[in-house]
Design a protein around this ligand. Sequence first.
Ligand SMILES: *Cc1c(COP(=O)(O)O)cnc(C)c1O
Length: 248
Amino acid sequence: MVGFDMMSEQESGALAARYHEVRERIELAARKAGRQPGSVSLVAVSKTHPAESVEVVAGEGQVVFGESYVQEALSKQECLSHLGLEWHFIGHLQSKKARDVVGRFALIHGVDNIKLAQNLQNRMAMLPVTSTGGDLSVQDILIQVNIGREPQKSGVAIEDLFSFAEDVIKLPQLRLRGLMCMPPFHCIGELASPYFAHLRELKEQVERHLGMALPHLSMGMSQDFEQAIAEGATLVRVGTDIFGERPA
Ligand SMILES: *Cc1c(COP(=O)(O)O)cnc(C)c1O
């Protein structure tokens, strides 16, 4: 398939079928875990895939899409603005990019350092009050936790989580909604389960520590979202199983 060619009817049909298959797997995993299927939301991760593919999946009823690269995400938002989609930023975010994302993403999944959190707050304070669109007075965020204690990985260290969460909730226009993690790269399927269970425990501990409810656990990707749902995920971030392999 040539990148910029129009998608054939066959290709868009296959994409739609893969999307519905993922939805069914989510529903099944939720039921197996004794959970309401509605308690798990799918974030369709469209990074590196063309806006045309997003349009096909949106046409099948998907509203929430996840992107990892700021410029790519903003460009897709621009050309798909007529669809009324909800965008989540799921990638690593440099603190200097804070101004490009505030108010443009319903949820930022990967907040993991105070400089980024402070920049997000500062940029929120600068947004015009009467912008069009949704509620621009608060930016919903998740704290990313380095659940595998990997030296190179994004995410706050587990031992710093409480104090970081305390700092974040002091920022008036950031609203902490939960935790997010990515288990070590090679720990997929069943091997990811202990990491997911640990993130759930950490969320419960942070809730007690802060005295506030955190509705979201963002965990699980194509290779392990069923296990994540079994451990309590409320947001699963699925790319490959919907859109196909990404270019290397
Ligand atoms: C790319 C990405 C995903 C999607 O991964 P797949 O394996 O393609 O489902 C999920 N979460 C994050 C943070 C990502 O960067």
